[in-house]
Unconditional design. Structure first.
Length: 216
């Protein structure tokens, strides 16, 4: 029906995304002049082989971890296990689009120019791997390891300090910890967001008549 025009409406109303194609269409609507391949960037973070002991012997499968982002405050990390590497990569890319989250960006010091860093200190943990992010002044760049730097670039964070504790060689946990960190940027309200804001009605309420007609 195409009643929702932007992906921000989906996040505001907490609507679950069931298909990866929905993300493609909503992000394409935001950048109508560009192709989807130029907007959404993706990369393979790691490929692991996982084994399971069965009666017939060991069964080996492949696990892929992929990251997707538009570089403007939206990023996702997906994980998929498959019998073949190609199947696992394709599944991980779809999973990353379904798990795409908004990332709040802010300023360090004076509010001049576009947003460039995270709004506050955040910490994310997965397994033994703990990632901590601290806002940085403009021009600092991403002071981070290659894995977290790639995810931060996909999220559109240009300047940030990071510190990692634990076994960062397990890239899956490292990616999950970085993803959790970025997810927490919307888990707190900074003082500029304390005033009361107008409640936006859900798309289901706005388009209730159209939905009733569609079902009939």
């Amino acid at each position: 029906m195409k009643k929702i025009e932007s992906i921000e409406e989906v996040y505001t109303a907490s609507i679950p995304i069931k298909e990866a194609k929905v993300v493609d269409i909503l992000i394409q609507n935001k950048h109508k002049d560009k192709k989807l391949d130029d907007i959404l960037k993706d990369d393979i973070m790691c490929i692991l082989s996982v084994q399971k002991q069965t009666k017939a012997g060991q069964r080996t499968r492949f696990k892929a971890v992929c990251a997707v982002g538009d570089g403007e405050g939206h990023v996702g990390v997906g994980i998929k296990v498959g019998k073949e590497v190609q199947i696992a990569i394709k599944g991980a890319l779809v999973d990353a689009k379904l798990r795409m989250i908004p990332v709040r960006r802010g300023y360090w010091g004076s509010r001049i120019g576009p947003v460039h860093t995270i709004p506050a200190k955040v910490k994310g943990k997965c397994g033994s791997c703990t990632v901590r992010m601290i806002p940085a002044p403009r021009g600092t760049g991403c002071v981070a390891a290659n894995v977290s730097k790639k995810i931060l670039q996909f999220a559109g964070v240009n300047d940030v300090y990071t510190s990692c504790v634990g076994q960062t060689r397990t890239r899956e946990n490292f990616c999950r910890a970085t993803y959790t960190c970025l997810k927490k940027t919307y888990a707190m309200l900074s003082p500029d967001l304390w005033p009361k804001t107008l409640i936006v009605p859900s798309p289901f309420i706005k388009n209730s008549k159209a939905l009733m007609e569609y079902e009939e």
